[in-house]
Design a protein. Structure first.
Length: 421
């Protein structure tokens, strides 16, 4: 069957950004990552249905619109294309997928209103959960949320259609809980938490404080707030912080700021001068920075804990090696989410979808969170036999349950202190 050229959605603000539109093609020919046309070609086609029983229901993958997120889209799609190649490597054709861009203020229900056959939607990273819950409820479809990790998850329990929402990565909260556990294991039971008010990170800091206190740790502060905001340009505030650190003598200083940020540079110099405690070796530092930012942190005169890898799944190592071989660079969690998304679409577009709790066919009804993880080709074979399966996930444990976030394994690095001299 020849590739289909989908008409722009009627009344949709995304009409000009349809994957089939000329303006989309022109933009990507001009983009520095023009090699991405081969990915879009794979998403455009209506591939021939193989004799295995694969069907091709309507699937839409939504990505955020805007120049600021092009790099993130590229990362996601690199993982996605690799996932499609793995499906083909199992001897099956990939399903027809429609790719669309969605602006931050676009209502997905309006943007997708022209597709009556739609059964499965892949939401953009950090999606508006309320909007996609409303879409799932109104259209009686399932929504895959490949990269939803932050504060929006707090509203999950309030959503009527959460049983049609499927999350692929563990929340940031899991990384912070793992860090709190590791801090306690180091014997650092008293900490002080500091942030630069000009930077984001207060939500992460509060989540760490909550997890640390549940474990029996104590967060020290002479200030009204346990998470102390310190402006690096405020000399008096910095002096007060230094005095508090000396008086309270915490085991560790927990930082939510960027490693290259001005506050960190000021505190680093102060500690090297022995102004924050009992000499340059004290206190230890705990970083709540993301794994990408933490990768640049080197050894100092004091011990440090940092996030090496965000929570991810048992298939990460094989995926990582394959991704690096294919693209010549190491992947991140967003790439793994794209990889798992492509494989989920393959498993979800096969015949015999199981019914949801409301009795309608759920494209992800095949997921069995309690079973042992299976490699992709095995999982596809079991699906063809009409069985439920659990995929060996790269981005998480893949113990997926509708309306709940999965778990994973977080890797924390301990950076030993430099010796004297």
């Amino acid at each position: 069957m020849a590739p289909s050229q989908a008409a722009p959605l009627s009344g949709s603000s995304l009409a000009a950004d349809s994957i089939a539109s000329g303006s989309w093609r022109q933009r990507f020919f001009k983009a520095p990552w023009r090699s991405w046309l081969m990915i879009f070609a794979s998403l455009l086609g209506c591939q021939a249905v193989s004799a295995s029983g694969l069907l091709s229901p309507s699937v839409v993958v939504l990505l955020p619109k805007g120049s600021a997120v092009e790099g993130a889209n590229e990362t996601f799609l690199k993982g996605f294309q690799l996932g499609e190649e793995k499906v083909r490597g199992c001897g099956l054709a990939v399903a027809s997928v429609k790719l669309r861009l969605l602006s931050l203020d676009d209502d997905p229900a309006v943007a997708l209103s022209g597709n009556p056959r739609l059964k499965l939607v892949v939401a953009p990273p950090a999606a508006d959960l309320r909007a996609f819950s409303a879409l799932a409820s109104k259209r009686n479809l399932s929504v895959v949320l490949p990269y939803q990790r932050g504060a929006s998850l707090r509203s999950l329990g309030e959503l009527d259609a959460r049983t049609r929402l499927w999350f692929l990565v563990a929340p940031v909260r899991d990384d912070l809980e793992a860090m709190a556990q590791r801090v306690m294991e180091q014997g650092w039971r008293r900490v002080m938490v500091v942030r630069d008010p000009s930077e984001l990170g207060v939500a992460s800091a509060k989540s760490f404080v909550e997890a640390f206190e549940i474990l029996g740790g104590k967060v020290e502060s002479y200030e009204p707030e346990l998470v102390q905001s310190v402006n690096p340009d405020d000399g008096e505030r910095l002096k007060r912080l230094q005095q508090d650190l000396v008086w309270l003598g915490p085991d560790a200083l927990v930082l939510t700021s960027r490693p290259s940020g001005p506050l960190v540079q000021v505190l680093k110099k102060a500690q090297m001068d022995g102004l924050l405690g009992r000499g340059p070796q004290h206190p230890a530092w705990v970083w709540l920075a993301s794994s990408d930012l933490a990768s640049d942190i080197g050894p100092e005169a004091w011990e440090q804990l940092l996030l090496k890898q965000s929570s991810r799944g048992p298939g990460w190592q094989k995926f990582s090696e394959s991704f690096e071989q294919h693209w010549g660079q190491a992947p991140d969690l967003l790439a793994a989410a794209g990889f798992d998304t492509a494989r989920i679409i393959a498993l979800s577009t096969m015949s015999a979808s199981l019914a949801s709790a409301k009795g309608s066919a759920d494209p992800l009804g095949w997921v069995d969170a309690e079973s042992e993880p299976q490699p992709l080709c095995t999982a596809l074979r079991l699906r063809l036999e009409g069985k439920q399966v659990r995929l060996e996930g790269a981005a998480s444990s893949f113990a997926l349950r509708a309306g709940q976030t999965p778990s994973g394994t977080t890797v924390i690095n301990r950076v030993s202190a430099l010796g004297p001299g």
